[in-house]
Unconditional design. Structure first.
Length: 508
């Protein structure tokens, strides 16, 4: 029996993200993946601003930016536009790039950090007790293997073996069947934006990859094909014409696929010592392009917490994963589902009302900014205690610091104490930097969220750190940094665009 700190099942973006986070924190982690090689399928194609910020905080963003096209927003029905350029982020756009580029980047991140990724290994059972988890699997040659660990993470997608093994029901409904995908070249492509539109019984998306190829996503209400059925390219092209009014000079096709989507979410992201992330925990409409992004952000939230508890923090810290991320999954189901239903309204009167209401909302700058923040992930916030600074639980903006940018200062993977511009020095076990503007001090978690904000001289940040990590002198969950700080385990959570979604460098 092999023994590690954590077994991760599934080597997609969510699985490789959490494996990389654990390994760079000095924890032993193995990833068990049933497929022999990385999937050539590239269903997702949009990387949102919050995910790009996360990748920046690990020194990975520049490589990914070089693979795709920067898209400033979405052009919706009736010439309505959602403008991403208003985002208060270093990345005020959506990056359109094949998911295979994201997969490649994050798998290499995990391997370089020291995670073991075993392909061709099929998990057959998961057992747990008070002392740990045992994950049973079949190696590529059929040999039975067992991995013992303190914790296990199911990142194995919509048909999760881990989810079934721990008895979590995937509550929800079927949504759309037989969504068609294709990568094509276009002689007369739409300029600059991701184009989204619908006909009477169909919809289509067209997105640039920046290399002459475009991703087409299309659905026909009357198509009864199953996922395994081949795609008739001529029929797909006609669906695009019906939805968009043109085929944009459709020419070459290099790849096609089908998938179906549901709206489902488990009730509990944690079951004892086993956790679910990404599509194993939630699936939803492709509208908004939030699926892959939400999974990566799940893993960033959970990864440092597992490392902290393995290093001596209170086990209750792990309950905050459910408290913080389950509402996010619920929000994504609601917003993506609402978006796809608006896209598919059929009556003339309903379309007219939709066009007027949505168009008017997106022409009001504060409303448009809030909607963009919600879809991009910039607006996701977690709860804070009464009396705490309103910045607590929000995503830390990329402030200029005396040592560079805030996102750069997070690259050691630990917690960061940001002092005021003119405050006295303090003793802190971990990374410390200083603002160059006039904002308050902040204690920033490894996932880029604010754990505490206020007057550093009062020393309140020390108690917050202790609530998350226990005695900082005994904390050993990091390599290269000896402490991490985050929100107190007992905090309630609230998520949504109604909270202050971000702070400027002047106010944060």
């Amino acid at each position: 029996m092999d023994t590690v700190d954590v077994v991760v099942v599934g080597a997609g973006p969510a699985g490789c993200t959490i494996a990389g986070e654990l390994a760079r924190a000095g924890r032993s982690v193995v990833v068990l993946e049933k497929h022999d090689a990385m999937s050539p399928l590239s269903r997702a194609f949009g990387v949102h601003a919050r995910t790009l910020e996360i990748l920046d905080s690990r020194g990975l963003v520049d490589e990914l930016l070089a693979t795709g096209a920067v898209v400033s927003g979405l052009k919706l029905w009736d010439d309505t536009k959602l403008d991403m350029s208003v985002l208060p982020s270093p990345y005020p756009f959506l990056l359109s790039t094949p998911q295979t580029d994201v997969d490649t980047l994050l798998e290499r991140y995990a391997r370089d950090a020291g995670a073991r990724i075993l392909r061709g290994t099929t998990v057959t059972a998961v057992e747990q007790d008070d002392d740990g988890v045992r994950v049973h699997a079949a190696a590529p040659d059929g040999t039975a293997t067992t991995w013992a660990a303190s914790y296990a993470v199911g990142a194995d997608g919509v048909h999760s073996v881990v989810r079934d093994a721990i008895g979590q029901k995937f509550h929800g409904r079927d949504l759309l069947r037989s969504i068609m995908l294709a990568d094509v070249t276009l002689d007369d492509p739409p300029a600059g934006l991701i184009n989204v539109d619908a006909g009477k019984d169909c919809f289509a998306f067209v997105a640039p990859f920046g290399d002459g190829w475009y991703r087409v996503v299309a659905w026909d209400r009357n198509d009864r094909s199953v996922d395994a059925d081949p795609i008739d390219v001529a029929a797909l092209r006609q669906v695009v014409v019906r939805a968009m009014g043109t085929d944009y000079g459709w020419r070459d096709v290099r790849w096609t696929s089908r998938f179906r989507c549901d709206e489902r979410q488990v009730e509990k992201y944690r079951t004892g010592r086993v956790f679910l992330v990404g599509d194993a925990a939630h699936v939803h409409s492709p509208a908004g392009g939030q699926g892959m992004n939400t999974g990566i952000q799940d893993s960033m939230n959970l990864g440092w917490k597992l490392a902290a508890v393995l290093g001596g923090a209170d086990d209750a810290v792990l309950d905050t994963y459910q408290a913080e991320r389950h509402p996010v999954g619920k929000l994504v189901l609601r917003t993506s589902g609402g978006t796809i239903r608006m896209l598919l309204v059929q009556s003339w009167s309903a379309k007219k009302i939709r066009n007027i209401v949505v168009g008017a909302a997106l022409r009001i700058p504060p409303v448009a900014a809030r909607i963009a923040a919600m879809f991009s992930g910039i607006g996701i916030a977690y709860g804070h205690r009464r009396g705490e600074n309103s910045l607590v639980g929000t995503r830390a903006p990329d402030l200029p610091l005396t040592t560079g940018r805030l996102l750069e200062a997070l690259r050691d993977g630990g917690f960061l104490l940001v002092l005021e511009k003119n405050s006295p020095a303090v003793e802190f076990v971990g990374s410390v930097s200083r603002r160059v503007d006039d904002g308050p001090a902040m204690l920033v978690r490894p996932d880029g969220y604010v754990a505490w904000a206020g007057d550093s001289a009062a020393g309140e940040w020390a108690a917050v750190r202790t609530r998350w990590l226990g005695d900082p002198q005994s904390f050993s969950a990091m390599s290269g940094a000896s402490s991490r700080v985050a929100m107190p385990p007992s905090l309630p959570s609230s998520v949504g665009p109604g909270r202050p979604p971000f702070g400027s460098s002047a106010s944060a």
